[in-house]
Ligand binder design. Sequence first.
Ligand SMILES: Nc1ncnc2c1ncn2[C@@H]1O[C@H](COP(=O)(O)OP(=O)(O)O)[C@@H](O)[C@H]1O
Ligand SMILES: [Mg+2]
Length: 392
Amino acid sequence: MAGETTPDALAVSYRGVTKRYPGQDEPAVRDLSLEVGAGEICVLVGPSGCGKTTAMRMANRTVEMTDGDILIGGTSVRDREPSHLRRETGYVIQQIGLFPHRTIGQNMATVPSLLGWDSDRVDRRVDELLALTGLEPEMRDRYPAQLSGGQQQRVGVARALACDPPVMLMDEPFGAIDPINRERLQNEFLRLQASIRKTVLFVTHDIDEAIKMGDRIAILKQGGVLAQYATPAELLMAPADDFVEDFVGADRALKRLALLRVSDVDLWEAPLAFIGQASAEVRAKLEDAEVPHPLLVDSERRPLGWLSERDLARDTVPERPDSSPEPRIEADDILRDALADLLQAETQYAPVVDGRGRVAGVLSVEVISDFLASPEAKVEEHAAVDRPYGDG
Ligand SMILES: Nc1ncnc2c1ncn2[C@@H]1O[C@H](COP(=O)(O)OP(=O)(O)O)[C@@H](O)[C@H]1O
Ligand SMILES: [Mg+2]
C-alpha cells in the first residue's frame, strides 16, 4: 500500500552545524556532525535545553543555522526554498497542533490542499491515511475534540505523512500522552515505520523512549554538544563518558530488554492439556516439566487458562479452568514490556502466543533473568538491533 507510493527515504547529514541565537553568549548547538541513513530513526535525546529541538528544526530551516550545513539526500537545505522544505518534511509535535474547527479529514488534507491536489486525489489520500494509522473511516468527519489524546496524536502523524515526506521530524510527539497510550503509540509508530521506512529525526528527553525508538541515538549535553552517537546496544554496553553513563542510568541491564523481542529468548515449554483429556495423563506430563502447571488449550492450541490442583482432581480436564490465561504475551512484544506485564499481573508465568494466538511457549521472570545472565544476551542484542523492528 504505502510502499508503492512512497518516494525513497533520504539520508540526512549534519556537517559541523552550529546555532547561535541572537543575544545568547553560548551556542545552542555546537559543531554537530552526524549521519542518518535513509529509512532510519535517529533519536536526539538529552536534558531539557540541550539543543534537541534547535538541532532538529535546522533540518527544515524553521530555525536557520549559523554555521555548517545539513544535507538531505545529498542536497544542502540551504539550496532549497524554506517553504518547500517545510512541506517536504513531515512535522509532528507534542501539542499535535490540529486545527480545532476543521474535521479530521480536513486536518489530514492540509498539505495536499496547499499543494493544490484535486479533491479526488485528496479524498483518496485521506482514506489511505486513516487506514495507515488505524483510524476508523467514520473518524474522518469528526472534530479533534471528539477524539482521545492518542487518536489525535495518530491524526498528527497522519497529517505529517500526507505528502509522503522523505524525512519526518518528530519533536516529543508522545510526550503529552499517558504512559499506557504512549507505549501503544510507540508500538504503532514502529509498526508503521516498518512498512513506510521514513528517515525520522525524533526528539525526546526520555532515554527509555530513545532506546525503544532509535536505530541510532544522538545524546546531547548542555551547550548542544554531542556526547555520543551510537546504536542503542552500543550506548548501553559502552557509554562514551560519565555523562552518558549517568544519563542512560544505573539499570542498563534492564534497559537492554527494550532491545529484544519475547521471541529472542528461549521460552519454557508449557505442559499442554486439552479439554476432556484424562487428568492422569496431564499429571504425568507435569513430572519433568519446566512449568509446574498445565496450560489448557483449545484444539488450535490457543490458551484457555491454567489448570489448578482442583481442576486436576477431576477425572478429565474441564472446559473452564480455575484461572485465566492472562496476561497473554505476544511473541513479538518487546521483552521489557512483557516483563512489566508479568510484574503488573503479579503472575509467575504467562503464555506466549504467536500471530495466530497459538501457544509458542511460556515466559517467566526467571526466563528473563536467566537470559540476561547468559553470554548470548549480548549477541542476541546485536541481532535485534540489526533488524530493530522485528518484521523479518
Ligand atoms: N528562539 C530562541 N531564542 C533564543 N534562545 C533560544 C531560542 N530557542 C531556544 N533557545 C535556547 O537554546 C537552547 C536550546 O533550546 P532547545 O533547542 O529548545 O532545547 P531542547 O529542545 O533540548 O529542550 C536553550 O538554552 C534555549 O533557551
Ligand atoms: Mg525541545
